[in-house]
Design a protein. Structure first.
Length: 397
C-alpha cells in the first residue's frame, strides 16, 4: 500500500498552484494503510492530502528539504502505462517544437524534469542513444520501467540507453553508471547542420550542453568576417558555429585540457578554409589579462558560479569581475554574449550584475538580445526555479 502524507494547515497553497515540490516543514504526519505514523523509505511513492483529507497529488518521497516531488496532481497509478504516456507526450512536444523530426538536428533533451512533469529525471537523446540521469532516488528506482518506455517510443532507431546517475545522486547511495540497454560510448550528432562528437561516458553532464543550441544559432548572425573568442568553451559549440558561418579567426579557451581536446576534435570535424583557429588550455581570467587581440565578438559561458543560495554573493562578484574585465578588453562596437547557468542567480540579479560590470568598466553598453534555454528545456510556468539559463547579447561601445 502507498503511504499517506498529510500537510499542516495552510501548507497546501503551492500545490493548488501546481508547484511540484513539498518541503519537509510543510508535513504534519505520514501514515501507513493502518493509520500508524511512519517514515517512508527514500524514493517511495506517496500520496499527498491536505489537512482536511482532500487529495492533492502523488509523488516520490525524499528525506531531504524537498520531501516530495509530485509526479501527478491526479490520483493515478504510477505504473508502466504512466511512464509510457509521460515520455510519449514529451516526445510529441519536441516534434511540435521542430526537434524530434528535424533532418538537421538529431540531438535534443527528451525529458526536462519538472518542465515535463517528471521532477528528478533528465533524458537526453543523441542520434540513436538516450542518456538517462536521475536526480532523485525515486526516479532511479524507476529506471527499468523508464527504459522500457524509451525502447517502445524509439523502436529500432534506438541503439542504447546509458544511465549516468552516479554524479547526481548522493554518494552514499552508491549508484554506478552503465548501460540499461545496448552499448556504445560515442556518436557523431548534428545540431542545426553542425557536426559534433559526443561521449556521454567521459563527458560533462550527459555529454553535451544542449541547452545552448538556440544561442549558438544566434551567434551565426554575428560571425561573418569577425574575430571571435569563445571562453569556457568545453567542447567548442560556439566555436564550431562561428567557424561554419564565416568567422576569420576563432580562439577557444578552457582551463581543462580535456575540454580543449574535445573542442579541437569538433573543429577538425567541421573544418572550413579561411578561418584561423587556435585553442588555449588556460584560465579565462589569465587569458583575458594577457591577450592583445582585438576581438569583435566574445562569448562568456562560465560554469555555475552558485549552485546554492548560500554562495550567491560570491557568485555575483565572480560574474561582475569576469564581465567587467571582458568589457574593458573588447573593441569598440564589439558584441558580448554573456551567460549564467546558476539557478540561484535569477534573471533580475544577473542583469543588475552585468549593469554593475558595465559601470565598473566605464563602457557604454546596449542590450541587443535577452537569452534563455531552448524549447526542449522549457520550464513549467508553475515552477519558476526551472528557469536556470539566462543570458544577454550586448553591444559595447
Amino acid at each position: 500500500m502507498i503511504a499517506k502524507l498529510i500537510l499542516s494547515s495552510g501548507k497546501d497553497q503551492s500545490l493548488r498552484r501546481f508547484h511540484p515540490w513539498i518541503f519537509s516543514g510543510a508535513i504534519k504526519k505520514i501514515k501507513d494503510e493502518n493509520g500508524r505514523e511512519i517514515i517512508p523509505n527514500e524514493g517511495d511513492i506517496i500520496r499527498v492530502f491536505d489537512n482536511k483529507d482532500e487529495f492533492l497529488g502523488i509523488g516520490h518521497y525524499s528525506g531531504g528539504s524537498i520531501a516530495v516531488r509530485i509526479l501527478s496532481f491526479d490520483d493515478v497509478a504510477i505504473d508502466e502505462q504512466f511512464w509510457k504516456t509521460k515520455i510519449t507526450d514529451a516526445f510529441k512536444r519536441r516534434i511540435i517544437c521542430g526537434l524530434a523530426d528535424s533532418s538537421g538536428t538529431n540531438v535534443y533533451r527528451l525529458i526536462h524534469a519538472e518542465g515535463d512533469g517528471l521532477p528528478g529525471l533528465i533524458i537526453d537523446y543523441y542520434n540513436g542513444y538516450a542518456v538517462f540521469q536521475a536526480h532523485s532516488i525515486g526516479m532511479y528506482n524507476m529506471r527499468h520501467a523508464i527504459t522500457d518506455a524509451i525502447k517502445e517510443l524509439y523502436g529500432v532507431e534506438l541503439k542504447g540507453i546509458y544511465d549516468k546517475s552516479a554524479e547526481t545522486l548522493p554518494k552514499t547511495f552508491n549508484a554506478e553508471n552503465g548501460y540499461l540497454f545496448g552499448e556504445g560510448s560515442k556518436v557523431e550528432v548534428t545540431e542545426n547542420g553542425h557536426k559534433f562528437n559526443i561521449n556521454w561516458v567521459t563527458g560533462q553532464k550527459t555529454g553535451f550542453f544542449i541547452d545552448q543550441r538556440d544561442n549558438r544559432e544566434l551567434l551565426t548572425h554575428y560571425s561573418k568576417g569577425k574575430k571571435i573568442l569563445n571562453t569556457f568553451c568545453y567542447s567548442g559549440g560556439f566555436s564550431v558555429y562561428a567557424m561554419n558561418n564565416g568567422a576569420t579567426l576563432v580562439h577557444s579557451v578552457d582551463s581543462s585540457k580535456k575540454a580543449i581536446e574535445l573542442t579541437d576534435e569538433n573543429m577538425k570535424l567541421n573544418h572550413k578554409d579561411g578561418c584561423v583557429y587556435e585553442s588555449f588550455a588556460v584560465d579565462t581570467f589569465d587569458f583575458l589579462d594577457k591577450t592583445k587581440e582585438d576581438y569583435d565578438v566574445i562569448i562568456l559561458d562560465p560554469p555555475a558560479f552558485a549552485k546554492h543560495q548560500n554562495v550567491k554573493h560570491n557568485a555575483v562578484q565572480g560574474y561582475k569581475r569576469l564581465n567587467a574585465e571582458t568589457m574593458r578588453k573588447i573593441k569598440s562596437g564589439g558584441i558580448l554574449f554573456t551567460f549564467s547557468c546558476s539557478q540561484a542567480v535569477d534573471r533580475h540579479l544577473f542583469n543588475s550584475t552585468i549593469m554593475s560590470a558595465a559601470i565598473q568598466a566605464g563602457r557604454k553598453v546596449r542590450v541587443l538580445h535577452h537569452l534563455c534555454q531552448p524549447a526542449d528545456h522549457a520550464p513549467s510556468i508553475f515552477h519558476p526555479e526551472g528557469e536556470y539559463l539566462k543570458g544577454l547579447v550586448l553591444m559595447v561601445e
